[in-house]
Design a protein around this ligand. Sequence first.
Ligand code: UGA
Length: 447
Amino acid sequence: MAAEKLAVIGTGYVGLVSGACFADIGHQVVCVDRDAAKIERLRQADIPIYEPGLEELVRRNMEAGRLRFTGDTAEAVCAADIVLIAVGTPALASGDVDRSQVEAALAQVAASMNIGTLVVIKSTVPVGTARWAETFLRERLTQPVPFAVASNPEFLREGSAIHDTFHADRIVIGADDPAVAARIAALHEPFGAPVLITNRETAELTKYAANAFLATKISFINEMANVCDKVGADIADVAAGIGMDRRIGPHFLQAGVGYGGSCFPKDTKAQLKIAENVQYDFRILRATIEVNRLQRERFVAKIAEALGGTVRQMRVAVMGLAFKPNTDDLRDAPAIDIIRMLQEEGADVRAYDLVATERAARELPGVAMFDDAHAALEGADVMAVVTEWDAVKRLEPADIKRLLRQPIVVDGRNAFDPQRMAAHGLRYVGMGRGATNGKNRQTDLLV
Ligand code: UGA
């Protein structure tokens, strides 16, 4: 692999993690952000997001002289051979994708681009964006220099972003010129992942297809869980049983309160809109989104039912605020909606999270916040599990029983073993754990 000079525009999850990982495999990387305060923090290796291992990775590569941060896009682009665009693409009120940050980045790139610069779009963008970016750049160039625009979508997950980069399932490259595709493939070579080379439109759509499919898998298993509740079946065993079929696979079949975060909710809605814009009604995706919304309501209804029909004047301990463990990200976190619904119905809510309480307090007035799980449970009428932090999963049933005012657990992530909870005298309600009240469960695999 030849070491390349990279400029990464945007220091969010994708930009910061990819920048640091590319530096770690030997490239020269400059990360750019228009937020001067953020750049100042990053220069001290003070990482603005909670991502295990990232601070050490950034520090190590800064010290090795392979990674630096600047607020000056022109300087970074001028010095780079490859420019990665990794800015945010939020949703507009219409449901369309807001490409204004991509556009602003491209405008700056056009002003400082060298001969032969390769512009790679990593942000999640609608089909046609790379082609549009090429025209946009051509129209703004002060001199007619040759350049190329390619698509290289990112598939990393928050909370395991570094692992996902070093152990990627695949690298998808969309480029019209085989030489450009080969250069991007070479850039990734040390990661050792299989590479799929295709045209730009296909690469762009592949990103949405992956997130839409994964979200659909989650909504599917959640609907199965809802049926399990009605017929007395256990979703954990159903998931294990179907997951052993290699055509289905065991991953992403964890039933619960549904998906949240900055990607699935946004990207599923964007894909629906992308289809709508070409007069196609993507029915499965529409249902996926609707099921995910209803799952949050269903969880609140389960809590009310477990408490005898209402949450009014009940103290509910919500365990976990972030949209999943190992992140402090609260964007479209199920806990936020769930807590608001509980409050509307008159509950007294207290909440636990390992890292997100400070941020959550701003969004959720009237909620007592705890970063100690035991303290959150003390005197509550019910423990409602929303995020499966290790600190929650490791809670001892005996301690839960001792701390709660009523021995009720409503587990929105199926994080606990129903039998074990029942053995400790806890009333356990899971998501689709119908017949698992401690009597006839046969989960052990007979191999
Ligand atoms: C997701 C994708 O997994 C990444 O591949 C993609 O790159 C990223 O979006 C993105 O587009 O940037 P992320 O949002 O970090 O990554 O989180 P996931 O780990 O995929 O989880 C998303 C949500 O689904 C979480 O709320 C999680 O609790 C929920 N989930 C996940 C389930 O409810 N059940 C499951 O079986 C799996």
